[in-house]
Unconditional design. Sequence first.
Length: 170
Amino acid sequence: MRATREKAAENRARIVATASRLFREKGFDGVGLDAIMKEDLAAEAVAHALEHGAELQTRYTNVADLVSGYLSESHLADRANGCALAALGGDMARRSEGVRSGATSFVRTQLERLAGLFRGTTAARRRRAITTLAGIVGALTLARAVEDPALSDEILSTARQAFGSTRPAG
């Protein structure tokens, strides 16, 4: 019996979702796929993961809650379903234009969204958005990279304090 187009689309979506989760959990090179298929699948999986992340971020209406949720213990522990930028950002930088264009689109969208949560001039809000996004992604990446749970907690806590406010730092 031939699969319907609908079933084929469901299967493809399931494969892309699974690949997205595995890539974030194990990195691009930790998933055994043949090299030719990997780039296309990587681009689709990253796009899927970033879309999912963007959807999750829309539930936050203020910076403090967004930062607190992003830098939470549960997000730290859930690489497979967490932020693709924190899990794969270094790998993305070395990948094809397809992977990187998905990341570019996501970052632009997130910066616009974050800027809307700050007060001040357009330029000041944009700077705060860049600083906050870079800071929280970096903090999550560092907290996941270290093997010392106390240091990991300290990184998350300090970053929550530094980036969890709409007021300018300083």
